[in-house]
Design a protein around this ligand. Sequence first.
Ligand code: NAI
Length: 482
Amino acid sequence: STTGQDFKVADLSLAAFGRKEITLAEHEMPGLMAIRKEYAAQQPLAGARVTGSLHMTVQTAVLIETLVALGAEVRWASCNIFSTQDHAAAAIAVGPEGTPENPQGVPVFAWKGETLDEYWWCTEQALTWPNTATGGPNMILDDGGDATLLVHKGVEYEKAGAAPAVDTAESDEHRVILELLNRTLRESPQKWTQLASAIRGVTEETTTGVHRLYEMQQAGSLLFPAINVNDAVTKSKFDNKYGCRHSLIDGINRATDVLIGGKTALVCGYGDVGKGCAESLRGQGARVLITEVDPICALQAVMDGYQVVTLDDVVETIDIFVTTTGNKDIIMASDMAKMKHQAIVGNIGHFDNEIDMAGLAKIDGIVKDEVKPQVHTWTWPDGKTIIVLSEGRLLNLGNATGHPSFVMSNSFADQTIAQIELFTKPESYPTDVYVLPKHLDEKVARLHLDALGARLTTLRPEQASYIGVPVEGPYKPDHYRY
Ligand code: NAI
């Protein structure tokens, strides 16, 4: 149902390789495949025009093809300049029935190593639907909230009649967004307002994007309902934790091949991502230290056997630094100046502002050199060098291939169910931010047990009434924390 030439990827000849990896991934994504089967006849997403902004990986390809199998039309961009797997993007553009000469897949705008200008152009392309009344999607599937942000900023500036002038003192990213919106204001002054009016809702993948949504909800500026997919238990307690347990170490290994055993590693933040990262480094035999601001998470870290420190106290002694906070300014240039020779510095939080890359570049006499794409040395005039991964952007997707399929099957089953909820029951979701109802969360977990040979015990009716839950669940009250 989508036109062939309306896409931009690195290299269509990679499609066959991409298709083979998609086929392997499908077997490892039992949740998504079960949902395809369950809804094949019903087509709950028929009529949905889904704009996705989420890392264009092999796993995401299986998500996209699930949405299509449920009836949706889809346009896609990646949510990070380094996270696209070019063979996955090619396979999605070509489609299962097409060939590189005759692509018949989904319009996808994503390649590994975009500039910031290209990144936001891709996001705009994914949000711009040719041949539709409103020119846009009626659903957004977001990771980090950039697609949602562009629509909201666009509407805000259209109401005001102008976007702020571009301030060169602001970050590059800010400049690029303002330039884009100044252009759309000139060319099509109601573009975003018109487009937003058709959007039934957004389903948001990650902690940082969810944070943005609650801010808009509290400010009263949220334009359409949102489902916070991140806080489904089967998302944040699995993807953020076990996904990072796998992909953090994968990224460090592919980037540096340094032996992690015996090294001292500092994980900044002990939330869901930090917990997975700490375990992954410890699994390799590193001595792991933690920084935290939250006393509860700090106490958890201590109970798990990690030493809790401040960055200041240990910065000279650490071999591997990993930021996982979703906060900004965690490792500053002045910290990096104190690091030991060949310390490795990487971030796995959503945005690149955890590490002060701008400050690093401004150090007098410092020299940046590329070892290979997404691995750079920064050398001070006295010869001291540090190794920075993915220019401070999330290293598990920049230096490796992100989380493996099985864990993403949970996250993306949550995403798909959230899309079906918002698209098919708009009357149940007035503009606000929601989490998935618990029975759907439990359903997603259930879909993944058989594949791992797990056998669930069934409650006997008298046991169910003794603890006060239905035999078929939900088994826990909403305030239970897992
Ligand atoms: P979280 O909120 O569970 O954990 C973050 C932790 O950092 C909190 O415990 C907080 O107290 C702590 N923190 C905040 N400021 C700090 C500071 N200045 N120093 C030390 N600790 C500080 O969030 P979660 O789910 O762990 O996500 C963290 C980030 O990772 C988010 O940006 C999220 O979007 C991203 N993420 C990335 C993934 C990836 O594959 N790269 C996967 C999932 C999430």
